[in-house]
Design a protein around this ligand. Sequence first.
Ligand code: MRU
Length: 367
Amino acid sequence: MNIDGVAYRSVWVDEDGWSVRILDQTRLPWTVDILRLTDEQQVAHAIKSMQVRGAPLIGAVAAYGLALALRRDASDAALESVAAMLGETRPTAINLRWALARMLAELRPVPAEARVKAAYAAAGAIAEDDVETCRSIGQHGLPLIQEIAARKPGKAVNILTHCNTGWIATVDYGTALSVIYQAHDAGIPVHVWVDETRPRNQGSALTAWELGKHGVPHTVIADNAGGHLMQHGEVDIVLVGTDRVTRNGDVANKIGTYLKALAAHDNNVPFWVALPHSTLDMSVRDGLREIPIEERAAEEVLNVTGQTADGAVVTVRTAAPGSAGANPAFDVTPARLVTGLITERGRCEASEAGLLGLYPEFAAKAA
Ligand code: MRU
């Protein structure tokens, strides 16, 4: 997608042919900073510190991290230990482990002397797969927006979204935001309610930035405003992404998603979840008990980072001095609250039958 008319992806190989470039998402929306990653420790730091974030993107960046590590040591032992280290950087998004498992499956049979080339090719294939997958997700979600638009001619379709599911959370296009971009590009009038998404503000900082750069009308709201807007008919549809979907259709996503699903259910607002195949975890059924939820630093809740009028980016404490904070970063929305799933293969019910209808090859996978 474009930043001020220049086409970008969220991760790419530098023109030197080996180092890896990312946008530093901790600096957005204030500065577009491009970082150069040269080894697996820098990659691990980028994922942990959320310089890169979003489920599909951390998978793709970890895959490149393995390629960087193999340049120094392409032995079997290094392959296994670096993959294990990168797999521990964040716990909830299954895409991270999916990408590393795909890399290991491709690289284990390759002799050490041929591994570096094979690793870059495999990481590149993961990135390209993600781009095409996210483009298709947008195509399969588009009819949902078209149907609503047809029911309210001349009026904007009001979409509420949570966290950031845009092109910077994937390699390109995004998941839920891919649907929104494609609806906007098709000429459908859309307006997006952007949850600010405390504590890290991926909505007000990242989603609002992305939508603004693409010219999509949007309004930032406090996380607590969604229920009120739904009660007053101001939300036509909720579109979110996810970090892991279980075999039963339970959905892990950024903290606060569950509350939006409850409010949507109570107000008969459709609640759709967009995901690529790499977000499916068919090995678990019960999202509430089986998905590990990342606990992040309390400081993210107790403090806020923003830009002052003179342009300085500062972090200030908003909580009372001495108070403790807790920071569960994801929650699980039970399948019963999900209207449906939007994937690169089409839309389906959030259930085992729905998922296996689109992905029959996963039927044999143990759960
Ligand atoms: O903690 P983050 O910013 O990595 O969380 C991202 C989300 O929760 C997204 O909604 C999710 O990754 C799915 S969309 C790509």
